[in-house]
Every structure is written in structure tokens, then in C-alpha cells.
Design a protein around this ligand. Structure first.
Ligand code: ATP
Ligand code: MG
Length: 549
């Protein structure tokens, strides 16, 4: 690999190039380390995209590692979901590992620390430990148990493992510096007693390592060269390095921090998302309004759009909140290129074509792009002479529905759809002239009469659906679930973030698979819901729709 030919796209790539050039690193090994205590969200996608693509760019590898050191909140189902999501994004981990596989090694490292006089068993209560920690402006106090002998510490650490100590009865702490200006260095807890079975190790352990101790060791075991995480771990880096130095690990990984992704009009942290799930504000982790990957998938967002968005946002030390509109643009760009087009009428009014005989039937062949004869303008893979052109048929009869807003008896200036005496093209078919209409007592239009013409030019193109073969579908439109604002997020929850309606759709929507994003011509991008029968979720609106004032 000619490193001089690679253009670094962010500061971490600069570091990697330097490490490779200097020989400090032979081959790049990275990891994406989710805690299996919830489903992945789009912030995780950013971290995953970064780790998987960067390692690949430099000819290295990237592991998926479940950081499963807290059995209280984690389970196997979350592991399965996370792996599914990672594969869905298009990434194949070099290895799938679990922090819990290294519990023995971690225990041995703790023993190493004790033997070096760098860790001690503390019997203070959690409250006492908190009080002794001091504050940002005040040094902490040494625990009365801090100067126990190595021998006593080894015995008590054995006792912690034996099951005879109750939860919270003892902790193992690193012996660093209770006066350190960095609070993380004030004798942090390394192990705690916890009588909770683990989803992989069962009840083999009744003490579990803390994140700050476990993570660097996990990285060391796997030979991780660049351990990239979000900025809030910057203050933990001295501790990361302290554990690496003092546990005598063979391999010395390096932690580098980058800014986390946040989006407008949503909450991102798993903790908050879990709260939305647990309080039934949403229909599970995969509710289409959730910023989770499973929610976005159910909504119909293609994984390519998520990866494109993550690449576009890029990576830096500080990034402000990204506007959700930028994400929607990526989704729209992707769907515009790949989505099939279908005709759907959300607010139907009957239209009869009076100069076609009763019983007239025509099956119009359209390409899957949805455009008559002409394939989609910007496909991801340009069609070649051997690309099969997939087509479907659309039934046309004299008995149709069109959308109510596509006809106006008394139109304003600039209205280019159907008007009395005027012309409009029926999408994928001929041009009609409106020859009359009926209203009910309130003046509402209930039926429109048209003639088929031989005209070749009309300003407006409107969609239509055959009345007899139409499918009745439900349409689900979404708005922000937690709009931006001040105060606690639970007070900002938008209880009206889901609005449902009905529509008449061309018969072929029957064949659409759940999650497959298509364009409902002139309405928006939609995908069939995976749980609710005949319901279609709005993936994203069209860029601009002419709104009648
Ligand atoms: P959450 O706050 O949502 O629970 P977390 O950081 O606790 O997130 P982990 O499962 O520990 O979730 O994260 C796995 C990886 O994803 C970590 O390396 C973390 O830094 C990264 N990550 C989490 N959230 C974001 C985000 N919003 N943007 C970028 N990376 C993120
Ligand atoms: Mg976490």
C-alpha cells in the first residue's frame, strides 16, 4: 500500500498514516464495541461506519465486540439484533467477540495490580466511597482500607469471587491518586460484587469488571491498534493508559476520541430510547419514528443512505448537532435513484372516462422505475444492454380515482392540473379533457367526467387508480418524536407524531415487501410496514410539493 497516495479524510486517518509510516503499527486493527443493552441507533452507525471503513481503507481489519460487562442491562437478544444491524449496514466483522470471554484474563490483570500494590479491596459503603472522592475543587480522601497488605488484598479479592460477599459489600479499587485533578484517577473502582447471572457466563461470576478497567484490556487482547471512541472518554484516557501500563499487557492499544453524532428533533442515547420503549410512547425499538437502525429499516430507509450520510457528516473532534434535514436529503437522494414508482391516491374522487365503452380494459406496461417506457433517470447501477428491464402492468378502465386536489372547478392562476374544459395527462397514459363534474348539496365535487383525447401536450400530469382493482391501504405519516427545545425530554414528547390516513393504491402494491422504499408518485417515498397489515410508512417526503394555498 502506497501511503503517500492515500488522502486522509480526518485527523484519525492522519494518525494512522503516521503510525504505519513510522512502523509503530504494522497493520491496522480496529473494533466497534457496542454494549448489548439496547438496539443500535444512527449515532452508533457513525462509529461503526468509521471503524469498519477506515480499517478497510488501510488494509486492516475491524472486529465487532460486545462490551457485555454489566449483566443487569444486557441480553443475548440485543447481541443478535446488533449483529443483524451491522450486517445490514454492509459490514462484515473480522471477528465477533465478547468482553465476557476475557473475564478470566481481566481477573488475572486485577491480581497483577494487587501484587504490585496498585489495587486494594475497599469495604467502605458506596456512599462513603462517593463522599471520599472529593469534588472538582477539593481533593479526595484516602480510604481507611487503602493501605492493606498485598496478602490481605489477595485473600479478600478471592472472597469477592467466592460468593460470600453481598452486592456492594466490597469493591476492588485501583490505587492511583486521591488528589488527582482528574476525578477518574481518584482510585477508581475496578471490580464490584454483583450476584446477577450473565447471559453468556451464567452464574460463574459474582463480580464484574468496570468499563474503564475492562475496555483497555479488551483492546489489548484483540491487538487493537486504534481504539476510537466518543469525546466523553477523553478524560478517561489517562486511566486507560494507566491500566495498559500497569497490567503489563503485551499489546499496547491507543485510545483516540472523536465527536459523537447528534441529530435535531430526536433523542439519541439508548437510555432515552429505552424510556420511550418502556413507557409505550413508541411501538418498540423498531418503531419507524425511532432513530434506531431497526426503526429506520422498518420505516424504509435504505442502509446505503445511512452509510452515505455517515460519510458525508465525516469525523472531527467537535461537531455540532446535525440537522435531520441533511439526513433526509441523503435518504431522498438514494431513493430517488433506486425506488420504483407507484400510483396512489390518498384523497380519492371518482373520474369517469365517458368516451371509452363500458368494460374497456387496458393493461399498461410500465418499467419498474415506474416511468412509461423510459427507465429511471439516475439508477445506481446504470442499465446495460444485458440489464433485464423489469416491468409490471397497470390496469386502466373508464372508472378511475384521482386525487381531490388534482381537480378544481374554479382554479387559481398557475394551477396546471385538471379544470373544467382543460387537459391533463393521466400518468403513464393518454391525455383527457374534463367535460363536466357533479357536486353534492354542499358543493363538494363527487364525480368528474372526462374524454380521452388525441392531444399530445398537457401541462399537468396526474396520477390515477382503477376503481375496481384498487387496493385500500393505510398511510402513516410521521413528525419528530422529541422536538428540540428546553427542559427534560419527557416533557417534549410529541404525542401526535404519528398521523394515519387511508388511500387507494394501484393493485401492484400488493407485491411490495416490507421495508422496500418506493415512490408514491407526487406524494412521497413510502415502504410497507413489517407489522401492520397493508400499512405504508412515509420514509421521507418529496423535496418540494406544490401546495394549494
Ligand atoms: P448511548 O449513549 O446511546 O447508550 P453508548 O456510547 O453508551 O451510547 P455503546 O454501546 O457503549 O453506546 O457505544 C458503542 C460505540 O458507539 C462506542 O464506541 C461509542 O463511542 C459509539 N457511539 C455511541 N453513540 C454515538 C454517537 N451518537 N455518535 C457516534 N458514536 C457513538
Ligand atoms: Mg454505554
Amino acid at each position: 500500500m502506497d501511503l503517500d497516495k492515500i488522502t486522509p479524510s480526518n485527523f484519525i486517518e492522519d494518525i494512522i498514516i503516521n503510525d504505519l509510516k513510522s512502523g509503530k503499527v504494522k497493520s491496522v486493527v480496529m473494533r466497534f464495541p457496542p454494549e448489548p443493552n439496547g438496539r443500535l441507533h444512527i449515532g452508533h452507525a457513525k462509529a461503526a461506519c468509521f471503524n469498519f471503513s477506515t480499517s478497510k481503507k488501510f488494509g486492516g481489519i475491524c472486529n465487532l465486540r460486545f462490551d457485555d460487562t454489566n449483566p443487569v442491562k444486557e441480553d443475548a437478544d440485543f447481541c443478535d439484533q446488533i449483529l443483524y444491524d451491522i450486517n445490514w449496514l454492509g459490514f462484515t466483522p473480522a471477528g465477533v467477540y465478547y468482553a465476557s470471554d476475557y473475564f478470566e484474563y481481566m481477573r488475572d490483570c486485577a491480581v497483577t495490580l494487587i501484587k504490585k500494590g496498585l489495587a486494594y479491596v475497599d469495604e467502605s459503603t458506596p456512599d462513603e466511597i462517593r463522599l471520599m472522592r472529593g469534588t472538582l475543587t477539593e481533593a479526595g480522601k484516602n480510604s481507611p482500607f487503602r493501605n492493606r497488605s498485598v496478602k490481605e488484598n489477595l485473600l479478600l479479592f478471592d472472597k469477592m469471587q467466592s460468593g460470600s460477599v453481598k452486592d456492594g459489600g466490597m469493591v476492588l479499587r485501583a490505587k492511583i491518586d486521591m488528589a488527582s485533578p482528574n476525578m477518574n484517577m481518584r482510585d477508581p473502582v475496578v471490580y464490584r460484587v454483583l450476584h446477577t447471572p450473565h447471559h453468556r457466563t451464567g452464574d460463574k461470576w459474582c463480580m464484574y469488571p468496570m468499563y474503564d478497567f475492562a475496555h483497555p484490556l479488551e483492546d489489548a487482547v484483540e491487538g487493537i491498534t486504534h481504539s476510537c471512541c466518543t469525546m466523553e472518554f477523553e478524560d478517561h484516557r489517562p486511566l486507560y493508559d494507566w491500566f495498559i501500563d500497569n497490567c503489563d499487557t503485551e499489546h499496547k492499544p491507543r485510545q483516540i476520541e472523536f465527536a459523537r453524532l447528534s441529530l435535531t428533533d430526536t433523542v439519541m442515547s439508548k437510555r432515552y430510547l429505552k424510556q420511550l420503549v418502556d413507557t409505550n410512547v413508541v411501538d418498540g425499538w423498531d418503531d419507524p419514528r425511532m432513530p434506531t437502525l431497526s426503526g429506520l429499516r422498518r420505516r424504509g430507509v435504505p442502509s446505503h443512505a445511512i452509510v452515505a450520510f455517515c460519510n458525508e457528516v465525516g469525523l472531527a473532534k467537535s461537531v455540532g448537532t446535525v440537522d435531520a434535514a441533511q439526513f433526509n436529503d441523503c435518504v431522498r437522494d438514494e431513493l430517488n435513484a433506486v425506488a420504483k414508482r407507484y400510483m396512489v391516491v390518498p384523497d380519492p374522487v371518482e373520474l369517469d372516462i365517458v368516451n371509452l365503452e363500458n368494460g374497456y380494459k387496458e393493461d399498461i406496461e410500465v418499467t419498474e422505475g415506474g416511468e412509461y417506457v423510459v427507465p429511471h433517470p439516475t439508477p445506481i447501477d446504470p442499465p446495460t444492454s444485458t440489464t433485464p428491464v423489469v416491468t409490471r402492468n397497470i390496469r386502466l378502465t373508464p372508472r378511475l380515482y384521482i386525487n381531490r386536489e388534482d381537480f378544481m372547478p374554479d382554479p387559481p392562476k398557475g394551477y396546471h392540473r385538471l379544470v373544467p374544459g382543460g387537459l391533463a395527462r393521466l400518468k403513464n397514459s393518454f391525455i383527457v379533457r374534463c367535460v363536466g363534474y357533479d357536486t353534492d348539496d354542499s358543493g363538494k365535487v363527487v364525480k368528474i367526467y372526462c374524454e380521452k383525447t388525441d392531444e399530445v401536450k398537457a401541462k399537468g400530469v396526474i396520477q390515477w387508480v382503477d376503481r375496481d382493482s384498487a387496493e385500500d391501504i393505510e398511510i402513516r405519516n410521521f413528525s419528530a418524536i422529541v422536538p428540540d427545545g428546553e427542559g427534560d425530554f419527557t416533557e417534549r414528547i410529541n404525542r401526535d407524531s404519528l398521523v394515519t390516513g387511508t388511500a387507494k393504491a394501484e393493485a401492484a402494491v400488493k407485491d411490495l415487501k416490507a421495508g422496500e422504499g418506493v415512490q408514491f408518485f407526487r406524494i412521497g417515498y413510502f415502504a410497507r410496514d413489517s407489522k401492520i397489515e397493508n400499512a405504508f410508512n412515509c420514509v421521507v417526503e418529496l423535496k418540494s410539493t406544490f401546495k394549494i394555498k
